[in-house]
Design a protein around this ligand. Structure first.
Ligand SMILES: [Zn+2]
Length: 232
């Protein structure tokens, strides 16, 4: 995860300090680190360990409605509790597109997340937000969100898109030179995987998941266990 280490180090060397989402973000000097977990809780956990080494804190947003992971699974819960216990924040990554009544869906998910992880949600992030949510100041089910103007329009916003910064590297930007507060969205999959290009990274992820799923199947199904043993 050298690239991620170097990215964060460049902010620290410039004098930035990491900050959480809060009512009034400072105008300068804060790096608000955000992680939307679209694929894998284990990758989030790995990233958090690197952040501990660097002495920085982030907010990790998890989907309750992912096809890619299950927040109630014992390992996932353990890893999320571990992230939380080391001083990072955890919250909900919310997909409004699956609900006809978004407010009602958000209330339900808020309740589940708060119950399972014994926490209170004040900021959530929206998964693949439509234009409607960008710079929309309205809270969702009483919760603030990371595309409200104070976190989008009024600070400097950078996001990794498929492992690249589409609108320029934050460390080469004017806000960085002036130490303006930056919200930085990082998806762990692009930084934890070691392959060099997007498709190879996704294949690396798939291989890791297939191996995990084979192990799961062999633990829970004798014929598959025997099949694997015969093959090896
Ligand atoms: Zn997302």
């Amino acid at each position: 995860m050298t690239e991620y280490r170097n990215l964060i180090k460049s902010f620290l060397e410039r004098g930035y300090e990491t900050a959480f989402f809060s009512q009034s973000p400072p105008e300068t000097g804060a790096l608000i680190l955000r992680h939307d977990i679209d694929f894998d809780v284990g990758y989030a956990h790995q990233l958090s360990l690197v952040e501990d080494e660097l002495g920085v804190h982030s907010t990790y947003f998890f989907l309750l409605t992912s096809r890619s992971y299950n927040l109630l699974e014992d390992k996932a819960r353990e890893q999320i509790e571990s992230i939380k216990s080391r001083g990072h924040r955890i919250s909900l990554h919310f997909d409004p597109t699956i609900y006809s009544d978004v407010e009602h869906g958000a209330i339900k998910e808020k309740g589940i997340f708060e119950n399972v992880f014994d926490t209170e949600l004040d900021y959530i992030s929206i998964h693949r937000p439509s234009e409607f949510y960008l710079n929309n100041p309205d809270a969702i089910a009483g919760m603030n969100h990371t595309y409200q103007p104070k976190y989008f329009e009024q600070v400097n916003y950078f996001a990794d898109s498929q492992g690249k910064f589409r609108y320029g590297h934050p460390a080469d930007s004017e806000p960085f030179r002036n130490m303006g507060t930056i919200q930085l969205l990082i998806h762990p999959i692009w930084w934890v995987t070691e392959s060099s290009d997007v498709l190879s990274k996704l294949h690396e992820f798939l291989d890791y998941r297939i191996a995990q799923f084979q192990q799961h199947m062999s633990l829970n199904c004798k014929p598959y266990r025997e099949y694997l043993e015969e093959r090896s």
